[in-house]
Structure formats: C-alpha cells, structure tokens
Design a protein. Structure first.
Length: 210
C-alpha cells in the first residue's frame, strides 16, 4: 500500500494574467494577435511548479500521467526539473472539438502502466469546463490509484460554475479567451510557439473579418 502524501507544499497562488505588451515574434505575426504569457514568464512559473511538486513527491513512487497532445511542451519542461526518479505514462484524450468549443470525450490512447496503489499526478495543459479532468480522474480512481492530484499550466475558471473542478497545482489563471502556443493548438497548429498567445480573429472566423 502506498504511503499517504504530505499536505501540498507551498506554491504561490497562480497569477491572473492579462494580455502582455510583449511584441509578437516576427515569424508568428501573421496569425497571432497578442502574447498572453511570454516565454520567460512561463519558464519561471514552471520552476515554481516543479519545486512544489518535487517537495511533495520526492522519495515517493510518482506516476505522472500526461494528457496528449496539449501537454507536450509543458510536460517536457516540468519533468526535466524534477530531480528524482519518476514514472511517466501518456493518455490520449480528445474532445472532438471542431474549432474552439468543447465536445464529446474519447480516449485515443489508453494507459500502459498499472496505476493500482500508486501516487498519480495528472498533467494537463488547460482546465476549462473541467469535463476532461473530471472524466480522467474518475477513470484513474476506478483503476485504483492510491492518491490522485492534478497539475495544469493554465486555468480558465470563468468556464466553470462555483464548486466545479479545481486543479491542485495551477500555473496561471487566464481570461476567457481561446489561447494557443506552448503545446496548445488551434486545428493542430501553433503548438510550437514558445509563448502562450491569442489568435487573430480572422484565423478562426475568416468570414467575420471581411
Ligand atoms: P475542458 O474539458 O476542461 O473543458 O477542456 C480541457 C481541454 O480543452 C484542454 O485540455 C484543451 O485541450 C482544450 N482547451 C480548453 N480551452 C482551450 C483554449 O483556450 N485553447 C486551446 N488550444 N485548447 C483549449
Ligand atoms: Mg487537452
């Protein structure tokens, strides 16, 4: 039986971000209207998240379960800052979104590891309505995880009613905008931006701009 987890280590409250004044890098100016979180600010916050998660899980058998595909950048940065042995598995979850609104949830890749009796930390890119993490944490509980916590880079609380799903470790609280970059996509593009930004309206609503 896995030993219990200590209370969460102190992590400063997730800052509320607004559109930054940072200029959009030239190569991305055609499609990106604004930078929301510049690269350096993301990296500083990932340091803080990794320190808190490490303090809580160092010396424990941690299984990190990251949700594909939006976590690719966040996961790569976060896990390399955790200086102790951990186990990684990936789960593919797709919300059949044809654009920018949530749809039905389907699993495109199931877990490979047995999480029974293990300490599981679920990593996701953004917590929006909470549908994804509600379903995924139910699934992991039914698979017998001993403890379960969640870590998200971004939280968009305006999409949820009070008392809705809350993550245990949160990077930034973002306004009610559709964001891309640092792993997050629009139609599978823009995951490679090193910052989090906001698309120009004409990219997702080409007719509205005319
Ligand atoms: P939820 O199930 O909490 O509504 O949504 C979570 C998933 O929806 C995220 O993992 C992400 O894939 C997607 N999502 C929600 N908001 C955004 C957003 O602003 N931008 C992008 N690119 N994806 C989002
Ligand atoms: Mg996602």
């Amino acid at each position: 039986m896995a030993s219990p987890l200590p209370p969460r280590a102190s992590l400063s409250p997730a800052p509320h971000v607004r559109l930054s004044r940072a200029t959009v890098p030239a190569g991305h100016r055609r499609d990106i209207a604004h930078v929301l979180i510049p690269e350096k600010r993301i990296q500083r916050r990932v340091d803080e998240l990794a320190a808190a998660v490490s303090a809580d899980y160092r010396g424990k058998e941690l299984v990190m379960v990251a949700l594909l595909n939006g976590t690719v950048a966040f996961l790569a940065d976060l896990m390399r800052r955790m200086e102790f042995p951990l186990t990684l598995d990936l789960m593919g979850v797709s919300s059949y979104r044809s654009g920018t609104s949530s749809g039905e949830l389907t699993y495109t890749k199931r877990l490979k590891l047995d999480v029974r009796g293990r300490h599981v930390l679920v990593i996701d890119d953004i917590l929006d309505t909470g549908k994804t993490l509600t379903a995924v944490t139910q699934e992991l509980n039914s698979l017998g995880a001993a403890t379960l916590r969640t870590c998200v880079l971004l939280d968009k609380p305006t999409s949820r009613p009070t008392g809705g799903f809350e993550a245990d470790y949160v990077g930034f609280v973002v306004p009610h905008l559709f964001v891309v970059g640092y792993g997050l996509d629009y139609a599978e593009k823009y995951r490679n931006l090193p910052f989090v930004g906001v698309l120009k309206r004409e990219v997702y609503a080409p007719d509205a701009a005319k």
